[in-house]
Design a protein around this ligand. Structure first.
Ligand SMILES: Cc1cc2nc3c(=O)[nH]c(=O)nc-3n(C[C@H](O)[C@H](O)[C@H](O)COP(=O)(O)O)c2cc1C
Length: 236
């Protein structure tokens, strides 16, 4: 049985594109593995509180002198337990202002704990939760696979991105596939306009028409004059 954790971090509720995609991912997982145990956490709809002066010592050093610190540590423990149990993590990650949503960043702030989910080594911080797979579904308004925008690219591909600390060290986190979605009307318009072999196809159609015309003409009928048009042809 696969344990799956699905995170949604969009602030857009039902209008969220990434949420539709995480829903589709859930459907696919259920279809392939009807016994999969799926936990969904919507940190976009119910955000995790940002770190504060009171909660940082709780999460980084386990110090719980105040009620807020105790609550933060309890929440962090719960989020880490969810992560630890999951074999597959699906993350809905919309791009907000050239990065991940702050709601998702806060989740990382709560689950990245030294000696618990990562450790420091001579070659830097590395994740200790091994053997997990992650699917990051990123949505964004712009295109970042071409031209100078590639410099911005996929936030998860940045060497220092926290996603790398989940045992994905060294893995290529660049997007496997960039699907471009447009409103139906624009998509149809573009498809017709940008069809790469438009010219070649038009030539093939014209050549076929000419061939059929020639085949149906009596063997010694005079050839239509170039530029003569239909009327001219009739007169002949
Ligand atoms: C606050 C905000 C900031 C955004 N910033 C960017 C951006 O920097 N680059 C971009 O390509 N799209 C940006 N977008 C567009 C979103 O990435 C896009 O609408 C995406 O579908 C959002 O995913 P969601 O619908 O799941 O929230 C932004 C949208 C919002 C609401």
């Amino acid at each position: 049985m696969t344990n799956v954790l699905i995170l949604d971090s969009s602030a857009s509720g039902d209008a969220s594109v990434s949420r539709k995609l995480t829903d589709a991912a859930e459907e696919t997982i259920r279809r392939r593995d009807p016994f999969a145990r799926i936990v969904r956490r919507d940190i976009g709809a119910r955000p995790i509180p940002h770190l504060t002066e009171e909660t940082v010592p709780a999460i980084r050093a386990g110090l719980t002198e105040t009620e807020a610190a105790r609550e933060a540590l309890a929440l962090s423990d719960a989020l880490v337990a969810e992560l630890r149990e999951a074999d597959l993590i699906v993350i809905g990650a919309p791009m907000y202002n050239f990065g991940i949503a702050s709601t998702l960043k806060t989740w990382f702030d709560y689950v990245l704990r030294a000696a618990i989910t990562f450790k420091y080594t001579e070659s830097g911080a590395v994740g200790v939760l091994e053997g997990k797979r992650a699917i990051v579904i990123e949505t964004r308004g712009g295109l970042y696979s071409e031209g100078p925008a590639q410099m911005i690219g996929f936030p998860g591909a940045a060497p220092a991105h926290p996603a790398r600390l989940h045992g994905h060290r060294g893995r290529d986190l660049r997007p496997r596939r960039e699907a471009r979605l447009r409103p139906r009307s624009r998509r149809r318009g573009r498809r017709r306009r940008d069809r790469p072999n438009r010219g070649a196809r038009r030539n093939r159609v014209a050549a076929g028409r000419l061939k059929r015309q020639r085949a149906s003409r009596p063997p010694f009928a005079p050839r239509p004059l170039r530029g003569g048009g239909r009327d001219h042809h009739k007169r002949l």
